[in-house]
Design a binder for this molecule. Structure first.
Ligand code: ADP
Ligand code: MG
Length: 140
């Protein structure tokens, strides 16, 4: 299996409730390694740019509001099949549909305030990592 890198975020609803450690522990227990991590308070422009793919969706305004409401922990994860593994540990977008034991099942408040982000494909993972980190910040 291929060693991959993916991009992950612990969203403001979760940092507010002091869940950074608990969420990171779930990722690590799944075999993912945190090779870069920093805490940022996104500007509106940063949030709009990061989520530009969703700019025409009805929830875009709410998404930008929630992502700028407090600090986010942005991370790069490395491991076997990291992109899919991260999505599995995170659970479905809507916590009502998330499987037992997943981050969103345990911690998410709603479909909007759903505690975590994970890239969905190799191309988006590469783009999202580059959006927040320079190469020298990735220490595998
Ligand atoms: P995921 O984060 O699971 O990849 P999407 O890429 O579809 O999900 O959506 C990005 C984020 O936008 C979601 O994590 C969630 O915070 C928000 N979002 C998605 N759908 C809705 C919705 N119907 N109402 C409010 N917020 C939503
Ligand atoms: Mg997505």
């Amino acid at each position: 299996m291929a060693i991959e890198r993916t991009f992950s975020m612990i969203k403001p609803d979760a940092t507010k409730r002091n869940l950074t450690g608990k969420i990171t522990a779930k990722l690590e227990e799944a075999g993912l390694r945190v090779i870069a991590s920093k805490r940022v308070w996104m500007s509106r422009a940063q949030a709009e740019g990061f989520y530009a793919v969703h700019k025409d969706r009805p929830f875009f305004g709410e998404l930008v509001e929630t992502m700028t409401a407090g600090p986010t922990v942005v991370q790069v994860l490395e491991g076997e099949n990291a992109i899919l593994k991260n999505r599995e540990v995170m659970g479905a977008t809507n916590p009502a549909n998330a499987a037992e034991g997943t981050i969103r099942k345990e911690f998410a408040l709603s479909i909007g305030e759903n505690s975590a982000h994970g890239s969905d494909a190799p191309e988006t993972a590469a783009q999202e990592i580059a959006y927040w980190f320079s190469g020298v910040e990735l220490v595998g």
